[in-house]
Design a protein around this ligand. Sequence first.
Ligand code: 3H9
Length: 711
Amino acid sequence: MATPATSSPVSEAVRFSRQSDVLVVTIDNPPVNALGVAVRQGLAAAIDAAEADGAVAAVLLVGAGRAFIAGADIREFGQPPMPPSLPEVCARIENCSKPVVAAIHGAALGGGLEIALSAHYRLAVPSARLGLPEVQLGLIPGSGGTQRTPRLIGVKAALELALSGRHLGAQEALALGLVDRLGEGADALAEGLAYAQELAAAKAPVRRTRDAGAALADKDAQHAALEAARADTARKSRGLFSPMKIIEATEAALSLPFDEGMALERKLFLQCIDSPQRAGLIHAFFAEREVLKAPETKAAKPRAIESCGIVGGGTMGAGIAVAMLDAGLPVTMIERDEPSLARGRAHVEKVYDGLIAKGRMTPEAKAAVMARFTGSTAYDALAKVDLVVEAVFEDMAVKKAVFAELDRVCKKGAVLATNTSYLDIDEIAASISRPADVLGLHFFSPANIMKLLEIVVPAKVSADVVATGFELAKKLKKTPVRAGVCDGFIGNRILAVYRQAADHMMEDGASPYQIDKAVREFGYPMGPFQVSDLAGGDIGWATRKRKAATRDPKARYVQIADRICERGWFGQKTGRGYYLYPEGARVGTPDPEVEAIIDAERRRAGITPRSFTDEEIMRRYMAAMINEGANVVHQRIALRPLDVDVTFLYGYGFPRHRGGPMKYADMVGLPKVLADIREFAKEDPLFWQPSPLLVELVERGADFASLNQSE
Ligand code: 3H9
């Protein structure tokens, strides 16, 4: 049936050939058919070819490989634009005089969906994922997404799509009216071709989305949806730039003719492209993919992980157990005695009972998950597991005793991991007969929720064990970051330093409430003193006591936290910490007694309090974070600055639109950061020692981004 026609690709990225009277246009730009310049040129040439060939009655757009089109080529943003632009390509498709069909499989996201919306007919097979995720990159849909989508599905649904960035399945897209037909199988090409031939045979008209409007007929409902989205966005999208622009552009679909709406969309899109938030968010997008490419994941194959063991059923051990159960793995928990084991099991069950209470799990589903959970007080129960995570008390002797047992019972080749937060994993590894199998897997609390997993790499570990850590992270849907061994690894080591900077400011005159507010306004969900109250002040207190013996006596030490802890004020769980939490409130209120303690401590230390602006607070807070981040990279605890960024984005609530501390430093400018540190060093040269890496980069006129190439 197919009549071969000459295919005349402008580039390899887009092929087209006539199959009977349908010009089949295949976008083939691996891995995800992003709309780089070659694809845009190829699509424009394909439409020209369709117009020029009298034998073509319809055009079919289809993606090769795993996706239809994942969107604009994100790597091109910030580069000089190369014609044709995506809105031009979309207009060429929409204005084609012959019916154009988009057959969608896999991702049709952002510009990919906008191409499909410019086609006259759309078919989606079950694998299709449609969406406008531009908001997650600090952008608005910029090729007609804000103008065509509401014309097809109404303002409410269009805004929901563009403000959430959510992906829709084929069924939902059909129900909304975003696609016209559901394919049945996996073969978008075959189903799309049949559809295009059917349309050609029926002499179906071209149907331009720009001319559609039934979905907008009820003007009152459209305006109500706009206002609701405005109110909701003002409440939720703290400081984000693009969501309000999405609403503004979408409103134009109601109030302006199509071409004027497109012009406004373009203007707003370009404003977003120029915003630092776009740079931060796109950095985060690539960085979170780059962290997966550790040297060991390239060099070695992971070991198979079909079953896991956990030693320790406390909060951390139970959270890790839940993460593993959620990934479908069987879990064996070891505790020292039956009551402890019962508590560990209860911790695990409590998580699932919470889900049941919220209607997010059925009791039957819980029973099915718990059937994969076993507990024992005998280490021999771990004889057959592929990987064990030790999550017992943070004490070297206790950990070594656990590892001696693991060494005794675990099968050859089992990965033996520790969840220690700060102990020397090299020392733990050296204490057993198989140091090559010992790895650090540092989970963050609550371990079943927090996305970050530091994969801590001791000196003697074998590459395949490290690769297994990354593979486990994938199974657990966590974001792994490779870290070297040191006190606190990447995250907690840097945290310790900027927390001290916050304490210094508190003693010098800023209140904890002002510091928290400044940090929140920067974009964090919480400030450092709120975090301390949430985590429990006793945790930091224990660490300070542990480090007391090794602390440099010349280093500044702020005692305010100790004074608060001595009163038993450990934060939310005790009803007061830095804040007061009357009757179990989760949001605290400032405590005048804490302010009195701070005043007393200032007097004791001979400090006359001074005022701080919020801007100075953030300058100091960030300078401390960046400087220690640079040390961590310099000492190869983190391989690249982007590893520090991802650690903070996923483990410490760093605002994503700022890209991470090191990206933020690049945006501020490293000379400025270094000048700040040198200025602060005049008061406290011991604390504010510029990182050698920061100094070197400034001297070379380079930035952190220059160190981000994959290893
Ligand atoms: C847009 O469209 C703007 C328009 O409205 C207006 C323009 C005027 N570009 O995630 P994966 C790379 S904004 C360049 O690991 P998965 C990715 O870096 C865009 N590269 O695979 C990775 O590279 P590497 C709106 C891209 O199967 C490789 O592809 N679209 C792009 O887990 C594989 O990616 C989006 O925001 C891109 N657009 O997930 C969609 N996308 O192998 C962004 C991916 O070197 N993409 N790469 O590390 C995604 O959400 C996921 O990649 C996707 C596949 C779901 C498609």
